[in-house]
Design a protein around this ligand. Sequence first.
Ligand code: ATP
Ligand code: MG
Length: 568
Amino acid sequence: MSKNGNDKNGTPGRPGVDFIRARIQDDNASGRFGGRVHTRFPPEPNGCLHLGHAKSICLNFGVAGEFGGKCNLRFDDTNPAKEETEYVDSIREDVRWLGGDWQEREFYASDYFEQLYAYAEQLIRMGKAYVDDLSADEIREYRGTLTEPGRESPWRSRSMEENLDLFRRMRAGEFSDGARVLRAKIDMASSNPAMRDPTLYRIRHAEHHRTGKTWCIYPLYDYTHCLSDSLEGITHSLCTLEFANNRELYDWVLDALNVYHPQQIEFARLNLTCTVLSKRRLIQLVESGCVSGWDDPRMPTLSGLRRRGVPPEALREFCARVGLARVNSTVEVAMLEFCIREYLNDHAPRVMAVLDPVKVIIENYPKGQVETFEMPYHPEDAAFGSRNVPFSRELYIERDDFRANPPRKYHRLAPDAEVRLRYAYLITCREAVLDETGKVRELRCMYDPQSRGGRSPDGRRVKGTIHWVSAAHALPATMRLYEQLFAVANPGEAPEEGTFLDNVTPDSLRCTRGWMEPALADACVGDRVQFERLGYFCKDRESTAEMPVFNRTVTLRDSWAKLEKREG
Ligand code: ATP
Ligand code: MG
């Protein structure tokens, strides 16, 4: 697969170029927009951004960057009931984090309300819009179906003067919510239901997060979006496939008003296995208490992924690998993990920490003696530098690195078995001391003083190498080990299993009290490290001076590579 993943969905004759970039090249060649490329990312501030939005951000800002163009950030805030300033702030932070730079071009659909209203009066004067008194239910009933044409509303033939008067009175607040709407007068028999006199304005006596109580009528998405694009001079309006039928309406509004006309192009949504990607569902996860909030590290939100330790570079690489298609499909979540591992493998320093500790006492190591071992932060990249790690008579190792009855091919510690302590010494286990429940309390070991640095002095084979920390020097830490929030590939898709909330795995977060090497005293919130043999971790914002908290971003196991091998 090429770096940008376009080989599988490139444009015929232009390998490596996806269909959107191919169309932009064509438009530039024909001079359609004067060679300009201007896109926008248009989130609705009714929730936090998720991985699906990352795809749209990478596409819109990516295309603008590649063609020397611009990309606007536009809040699509036409629905006063569900939108909040808190989401605006989080969206801004997330887009910037992913690398989207809108410079000074931060816009709001609500900035255009006055202009949109003027356009609506213009449509009325042209006889292309009318005020309808049918209720929402009646409008639905009159709309018809995919196979049957709709019926015309009895209010469709009102005079222009009456429509104008009623629309002005709608604005003035004379009518209650739902009493009347403004509709485009197009064609109730159109084969495209989106064209059957769509609603342009509805009455909503609600306070808006930006315009306050100025308005009690609000424009609908299809009417607002095309005109916002037009007003901002957007060239290519990139949206997801479910808007393909709405393109005809997009074009109709702009043609009817005879204003500047961008090109809408649809692409496939991102869907991921074991993941829900819809704000409606993500809100339910938050409100049901399944997760601790929008930025819970198990959430597929950008704030959750960031908190988990996912680097923005890995998300950009993931979006590039997913590529662009004209049909919806579902991407394996393992591919996302692959991109995260690949980036962190090159960029995260390696340190030692023990998640589930058991004490090792080296009986022949002098009491009170401390040695330090210089260890590189990255075995393949000297630029990371190194640190000194203290070694002493009492250490912690991972409980799982000892077995009283080792299975075959178990190369770690066991009674009378020898193992290498990473970069330090070879030790042999002499005795496992158990507590009253039969659990190992400590391991009594002997070290080989000739093996300093982990060398084998006489060439004897010691296969296993385990990590460790010096007990007297170790720093305590809470480790949060995350699993997939959903174990099923398609949450909520099997009705007999209930809703997607019934598919939430019960134990997707496990906390342990571990120990880390002292070099981690300097770690800052957001720092990413590899705990050797355990995985990549990121320091959480809930850390305190006494108790740092580390979130496991991803384990070291590469399930995607295995999957590819199996499928390839
Ligand atoms: P949701 O279904 O999660 O509410 P939405 O499409 O309603 O998503 P918006 O805030 O309206 O969310 O979306 C902003 C932009 O992000 C839109 O251009 C939308 O097409 C795009 N987008 C949203 N979800 C995805 C996705 N899964 N894949 C690709 N693009 C997406
Ligand atoms: Mg939406």
